[in-house]
Design a protein around this ligand. Structure first.
Ligand SMILES: *Cc1c(COP(=O)(O)O)cnc(C)c1O
Length: 351
C-alpha cells in the first residue's frame, strides 16, 4: 500500500511536458508538430495496412498522382482537447471516420475502416501530446487526408492511395465579428455534385468570391442553392442556423450541404434546451428576418453572426452574452473539454 501511494505521488509531481508555444497567441494556422501518421493502400494488398507514425515533414508524390492531377482527395477535421486534469479527449471521432467513408465512396477511393481511422487519430495525438494546448487554451486540430497517389495519367481512379493524419495546435478560429455576404453568382455545390462530402475539390473554387468578399471587409460568403438561387445553403466551410422565437432552423443537408458534426451536435443540444429544431429549406427572406444567426464548424465551434449583407442591404442580428449561440457554445465546449458531464457519449478519452 505504501508503494502505491508513493507511486501516485511521483506521478502527480511529474509535470506535463509542453512544447514551446505561446498558447495565448494561437490562431487557426499551422504550427508544425513532431509526427504524422501514414498508411498506404496498394492494389496488391487490396486494403489499407501497416500504418506508421513518421516524423512530420514533406511527402513525395509522383507528378502524375491522382491527387495532383485530378483532385482525387478528401480531408477531415476534428479536435483533441485537454481536460483540467491533463487528460485528453477526442470529440466524436467515429463521425469523422464515417463521413470519410461516405466521401471515399463518392470519390471512388478505398477508405480506412472506422477502427483504422480512430487508431490513426489517437496515435497522431499521443505522438504529439506536448502540442495539445493546456486546458481551455485551445485544442489540437487533427487533419486526416485521403488521397490518390501512385501514377495515374488517364482520367480514372488512382491505383494507390495514402491516408495521412497530421495535427496542429490552434486557438480561437477568429476573434473578429462574423459579417457574411450573400453570394448570388458563384455556387458552391450542385445537386448530384460533391458538396455533401469533404472533397478537396470543393474549396479552391470558392476562393474567388471569398477573396472578393474579404476585400470588402466581410468574413465569409453565404452560398445560395444552385437550382433556384433563393435558399440559403452554408458558408465556405461552416454550417448556419437561424433563430426566431422558439424555432431554430438550418438548411437540410441532402447532398449540397456538408453535414457538419458540430451542426449535428448543436441540433441535439438545442432540442434538449427545448427549442424546436427544424432541418429544412430556409428561404433567403426568412434568413434575413431571423432574430439571431450563428455558424457552426469544428474550427469555430459555434459563432454568432453579426450581420448578413444581400445586394448591398445589411441586416444585423443579436450578439453577446445573452444569445442562444453563446449558451450552445458554452455547453458544447464544456462537453468537449471535460468540464460538463458528457451524458451523450460524445467524447473519447485517449490519455
Ligand atoms: C467541414 C465543413 C463544415 C463543418 O463541419 P464540422 O464537422 O462541424 O467541422 C461545414 N461546411 C463545410 C463546407 C465544411 O467543409
Amino acid at each position: 500500500m505504501g508503494s502505491l501511494s508513493q507511486q501516485n505521488e511521483v506521478e502527480c509531481k511529474e509535470k506535463t511536458e509542453y512544447a514551446n508555444v505561446n498558447w495565448d497567441e494561437l490562431e487557426f494556422a499551422l504550427t508544425k508538430t513532431d509526427y504524422m501518421y501514414v498508411m498506404n493502400f496498394t492494389q496488391d494488398d487490396g486494403k489499407f495496412s501497416q500504418g506508421t507514425i513518421a516524423r512530420f515533414g514533406n511527402i513525395e508524390l509522383c507528378p502524375s498522382s491522382g491527387i495532383l492531377n485530378y483532385g482525387q482527395g478528401l480531408f477531415e477535421g476534428l479536435k483533441a482537447y485537454r481536460k483540467e486534469d491533463e487528460g485528453i479527449l477526442l470529440f466524436r471521432p467515429q463521425e469523422n471516420a464515417l463521413r470519410m467513408k461516405i466521401g471515399a465512396d463518392r470519390m471512388c477511393m478505398p477508405s480506412p475502416t472506422v477502427e483504422q481511422f480512430i487508431d490513426a487519430v489517437k496515435k497522431t495525438v499521443l505522438a504529439n501530446k506536448r502540442w495539445v494546448p493546456p486546458h481551455r487554451k485551445g485544442s489540437l486540430y487533427i487533419r486526416p487526408l485521403l488521397m490518390g497517389t501512385g501514377q495515374n495519367l488517364g482520367v480514372k481512379p488512382a491505383s494507390e492511395y495514402t491516408f495521412l493524419v497530421y495535427a496542429s495546435p490552434v486557438g480561437s478560429y477568429n476573434k473578429a465579428e462574423l459579417n457574411l455576404m450573400v453570394e448570388d453568382k458563384v455556387h458552391r455545390a450542385t445537386p448530384g455534385g460533391t458538396g455533401g462530402v469533404k472533397a478537396v475539390t470543393n474549396y479552391s473554387p470558392v476562393y474567388k468570391p471569398l477573396t472578393q468578399a474579404r476585400a470588402k471587409g466581410f468574413s465569409d460568403v453565404l452560398f445560395l442553392d444552385a437550382l433556384t438561387g433563393s435558399n440559403i445553403e452554408e458558408g465556405s466551410a461552416c454550417n448556419i442556423f437561424f433563430l426566431k422565437g422558439n424555432v431554430i432552423s438550418t438548411p437540410i443537408a441532402d447532398g449540397t450541404i456538408l453535414p457538419g458534426i458540430t451542426r449535428k451536435s448543436i441540433m441535439e443540444l438545442a432540442s434538449g434546451f427545448g427549442y424546436q429544431v427544424e432541418e429544412r429549406v430556409v428561404p433567403l427572406e426568412e434568413a434575413l428576418d431571423a432574430e439571431e444567426v450563428f455558424c457552426t464548424g469544428t474550427a469555430m465551434v459555434v459563432k454568432s453572426v453579426a450581420s448578413i449583407t444581400y445586394q448591398g442591404k445589411r441586416i444585423e442580428y443579436k450578439l453577446g452574452a445573452e444569445t442562444v449561440a453563446q449558451k450552445l457554445h458554452a455547453t458544447l465546449t464544456g462537453i468537449q473539454t471535460g468540464g460538463i458531464e458528457d451524458k451523450l457519449g460524445w467524447t473519447m478519452a485517449i490519455a
